[in-house]
Write a protein that binds this ligand. Structure first.
Ligand code: LUZ
Ligand code: MOS
Length: 755
């Protein structure tokens, strides 16, 4: 069964409900945050007088108004909700204005005065590391003995690779709407990927038990990781004000507030050293990652860990030492972003391979192909791989006639001096599961009503990725009823408790399995009820397309009749399913284990054309083979591949976050931060579904698809690099993403590689 996204009808009519579509209760007040104008310093004086005196301003809150703990750190308690005496990034929330309208709240923010004794501002992770400014202790993953192995390598190359951050730029900005409830409880609508994270921190800030906090989320206008942890603050602000004022409070951020005050993808600066033998086998690899964490840990320690997990991308390397530092800088705390550190780690090994290939006069693809991971190979973190890497690679080579593609490019480049084409190959390998083992659990609540219709609640948050459609498919498939009979409810902490955030590409797997378990239990009871009614053995009963069959033949009893008669017999028609991924484990003390349920593979071939006078470029084609397992919804999965790829291309080519030395965001609006538009997507995009029959832990064997395709975008960087090198073979272009047209132009006319 494959169905189109259940939201497509209301989306196209503009009828889908987002935070800003929730009808506002009379008397609702509006909040706005006053953020520090300085990136690091001590608050000497905070003057709220003029702002407080404005007409329509109800009250201004500071940390002194927090009844519980002034703390919202997710992994490490290092992040105050509101600054006390120290500010450590520009935009750090200092005061919360509540007014009768959003306009008044924003106007009042501008009237707040603050004196800050400025301290040293650090924006560079390497500088932070050299001063011992780390968010958490460093991590090291190791397999074999790289020191000894390097001595035996025929070729050794070293270098530096850097990737910049990325704005999440969800269409719906961060926001929340808090409504006081009776008996010191509160209900909050939050645009969050993690309703439980919001609930937990809200309870702690208000000093009340979690059972008094109801978080409700219908859907998000995009999350991309930006609302995994960082939706919390805004929801807690609304709750804090609603708690004191006993009135509903809403805050839906202005785009520029969102860009200034929230964290982004972690930029990284990394050192690499790669050693190969005479057959181009990679024998040894060393990498040191300097992660720009920003001012608080947020999710950066977990992101750092995934960088280490994916530091060898899709390759088997017997000797690896990878060290990672999460560096504390005076930027907004950086956070989860689709790929979650994986892409940052994968870029570095691809840079190392490119460097080796260029020095050895071979193509990167020769090295890539020779080192693809095979089933049974062990990754540095101890997991033995079940690999589809070669299958994807080989299929891409044959399906897309890569030899001819290469010849065409060689001919084009030989006959054109002002345009050059480049080609690259990008294999991917991405581990599916939260790297924190305990997070790999989910629950679902299924009600079958007496009329045969079904209502479903899960911990999954719909953010455009189509997870609700997949949840509905699971229920409809298990029951064998029409999808029209199933309705999804909002994600709500009173219906589903202790949810993991919708993240790590694992949402459909975890919640889908919980739905499956719950539905199967109800189905068993229905079958028993049918057997009783039809006077036969339970094993003879089957429910198919809303009909009850006995030994494969129609019994005359329909789904609706069976449900009603079972209800009349007082059969339990509701179930709460719980799923926890089996077989995964990881030991942090030795950095070894089996952390992932399975891996997703794929291979992309990218071709580009560079205009060698202007430095501008076009992406001619991306042709890829992706390992879907057995897709349960090709339409939705294709959408995820397309969106992920283009988001990856944006990160690698045009999206350029600029902070100045004062820690001020200069790329703070859509006029200064360029994201991909329809003209920047590849002119040709071929997606081949590699369907495998291997068993895996995915829901209905349909592998997770949210994050992996983003990493195909890395191929664009290297295709552009190859085009630049075709024009100027001695170009000094380094390895620094994004490859903006400016950088391409500098590369085209630069002198010589010196790194
Ligand atoms: N979030 C998280 C994630 O908390 N842990 C993870 O391992 C992860 N991986 C990818 C995306 N978000
Ligand atoms: Mo994410 S980066 O799966 O929230």
């Amino acid at each position: 069964m494959s169905i189109r996204n259940i939201d497509s009808f209301t989306h196209t009519r503009g009828e889908s409900i987002y935070l800003d579509d929730i009808p506002v209760i009379a008397g609702t007040l509006y909040a706005a945050v006053f953020g520090s104008p300085v990136a690091h310093g001590r608050i000497l004086k905070l003057d709220l007088a003029e702002a407080s005196a404005m007409e329509g301003v109800v009250r201004i809150f500071t940390y002194k108004d927090v009844p519980g703990k002034n703390q919202i750190g997710g992994i490490v308690p290092d992040e105050p909700l509101l600054a006390e005496d120290i500010v450590d990034f520009n935009g750090m929330p200092v005061a919360l204005v509540v007014a009768e309208s959003q306009e008044i709240a924003h106007a009042a923010v501008k009237k707040i005065r603050i004196d800050i004794e400025q301290h040293e501002i650090i924006t560079d992770p390497r500088v932070a590391q050299s001063k011992g400014q780390l968010l958490v202790p460093p991590r090291k993953f190791k397999i074999g003995d790289s020191d000894t192995a390097f001595k035996q390598c025929r070729f050794v190359f070293e270098g530096i690779a850097e990737t910049n951050g990325q704005e999440h730029l969800y269409i719906e900005t961060q926001g929340a709407y808090a409504v006081p409830a009776e008996n010191n409880a509160i209900k909050v609508y939050s645009s969050t990927q993690g309703p439980t994270a919001v609930q937990k921190h809200m309870a702690a800030v208000l000093g009340i038990p979690m059972h008094r906090v109801e978080i409700d989320t219908t859907r998000l206008g995009g999350g991309f990781g930006g609302k995994e942890d960082q939706a919390t603050a805004w929801a807690v602000f609304c709750a804090l004000a609603a708690w004191h004022l006993k009135k509903p409070v809403k805050y839906s951020l202005h785009r520029m507030e969102d860009m200034r005050m929230t964290g982004k993808r972690n930029p990284y600066s990394s050192d690499f050293k790669i050693g190969l033998d005479e057959h181009l086998k990679i024998i040894a690899y060393e990498a040191t990652f300097y992660q720009n964490g920003g001012a608080a840990a947020d999710l950066s320690p977990a992101v750092l860990e995934r960088t280490l997990f994916h530091c060898t991308n899709s390759y088997y390397i017997p000797n690896v030492t990878a060290t990672a530092y999460s560096c504390k800088t005076n930027l907004p705390p950086n956070t989860a972003f689709r790929g979650f550190g994986g892409p940052q780690g994968m870029f570095v090994i691809e840079a190392a391979i490119a460097k080796a290939a260029e020095a050895l006069g071979v193509t990167a693809s020769e090295i890539q192909q020779k080192n693809l991971v095979k089933t049974g190979d062990e990754f540095p973190y101890g997991q033995k791989m079940v690999s589809e890497a070669a299958e994807c690679w080989d299929k891409a080579i044959s399906l897309y006639d890569v030899q001819e593609l290469k010849n065409d490019i060689a001919v084009f480049n030989a006959s054109n001096s002002l345009y050059k084409k480049g080609i690259s190959f990008m294999p991917i390998c991405f581990g599916i599961s939260f790297t924190k083992i305990l997070m790999n659990q989910a629950r679902a609540l299924v009600h079958v009503y007496m009329d045969g219709s079904v209502n479903l609640s899960t911990g999954a948050v719909e953010m455009g990725q189509g997870v609700n459609t997949k949840m509905l498919q699971v229920a409809a498939t298990v029951f064998s009823i029409s999808p029209d009979k199933v309705k999804l409810s909002s994600t709500n902490t009173y219906r589903i408790a202790n949810t993991s955030p919708s993240a790590a590409s694992a949402t459909a797997d975890l919640n889908g399995k919980a739905v499956q378990i719950a539905c199967e239990q109800i189905l068993e009871r229905l079958k028993a009820s049918a057997a009783e009614q039809l006077n036969c053995n339970v094993s003879a009963i089957e429910i198919k397309e809303e009909a009850v069959l006995v030994n494969g033949r129609p019994s005359g009893l329909s789904w609706n009749e069976l449900v009603l008669s079972s209800y009349l017999k007082r059969v339990n028609l509701s179930e709460h399913g719980h799923y926890a991924t089996p077989g995964i484990h990881f030991d942090n003390t030795i950095e070894k284990g089996h952390p992932f349920a399975y891996h997703v593979y794929g291979s992309a071939v990218t071709t580009v054309t560079v205009d060698c006078i202007r430095g501008t470029y076009e992406i001619d084609a991306v042709k890829l083979v992706h390992d879907f397992g057995t897709t349960m919804n090709p339409l939705i999965d294709r959408g995820q591949i397309e969106g992920g790829l283009v988001q990856g291309i944006g990160w690698m080519t045009m999206e350029e976050i600029v902070f100045d030395a004062e820690g001020r965001l200069r790329s703070n609006a859509l006029s200064t931060y360029k994201v991909p538009d329809i003209y920047s997507v590849p002119k040709e995009l071929d997606i081949h579904f590699l369907e495998t029959s291997n068993d895996n832990l995915a829901i209905f064997r349909s592998k997770a698809v949210g994050e992996p395709p983003l990493m195909y975008g890395i191929g664009t960087y290297f295709a552009l690099r190859n085009a630049v090198k075709a024009f100027n073979p001695s170009s000094d272009i380094g390895f620094s993403a994004p490859m903006t047209p400016e950088k391409v132009l500098m590369g085209l006319y630069s002198k010589k590689e010196n790194k």
